[in-house]
Ligand binder design. Sequence first.
Ligand code: NDP
Length: 236
Amino acid sequence: MGTERNVLVTGGNRGIGRAIAEEFLAAGHRVAVTARSGEGPAGALTVRADVTDAASLDAAFTAVEAEYGPVEVVVANAGITRDTLLLRMSEDDFTEVIDTNLTGAFRTVKRASKGMLKARFGRIILISSVVGLYGSAGQVNYSASKAALVGMARSLTRELGGRGITANVVAPGFIETDMTAALPDEQQAQYKASIPAGRFASPSEVARVVTWIAGDDAGYISGAVIPVDGGLGMGH
Ligand code: NDP
């Protein structure tokens, strides 16, 4: 294992976030997760936070800092969908998704950067989606929120790169979680047919990429978009 780090994952009570927390724990790091409900995996510190509320995030970071010290690795994972076709998409459908997926990542990273700047070390990982750059009918809100994370990571890289801080995007394809279980069978079959790997992935396949990009060996990778999508979005 590399250096033991203090890690915070947003939305670590289920799905991909939980798998990421488990993977960091297995690698011997100190792990905290935010959760609106439920708990993170055994061995992780669970703190309550809603990423649409900066004050709750601030309190969560303060609690983690009191237990572990400054957060060195932050994974902005919390996300939602409100899928529907453009003409049916309300302004609330659009702004709720942006507020959680994009502004939520901004709030998380901004709070995390304080400790990282002081420590002159940090790993920022934003969980985007293949849909951010590929596009998806019925996901104008979600796709826009996920594409914007690329600009965010690249701007963070230019702003903070000289202080030992990297910022990267991990862009999963179709991962088996509650989010995708909610999709109609027909849509799932269509996705599967267009994925070169011919299958969906487990959350741990995303988690292992996230822990690697946070590791000591990945210190010269920043502003990158790392697909974990079985080839679905190739070349974008
Ligand atoms: P899930 O729906 O299984 O879990 C979403 C997580 O985000 C939950 O922990 C949820 O908390 C949390 N969350 C949602 N809104 C908020 C909020 N306002 N404040 C704090 N936490 C919140 O999703 P996945 O695990 O599938 O997705 C995780 C990330 O990966 C998301 O950003 C998603 O967009 C992305 N992704 C997923 C893909 C997939 O195929 N599954 C593909 C590509 C990207 P709670 O339990 O309290 O609701």
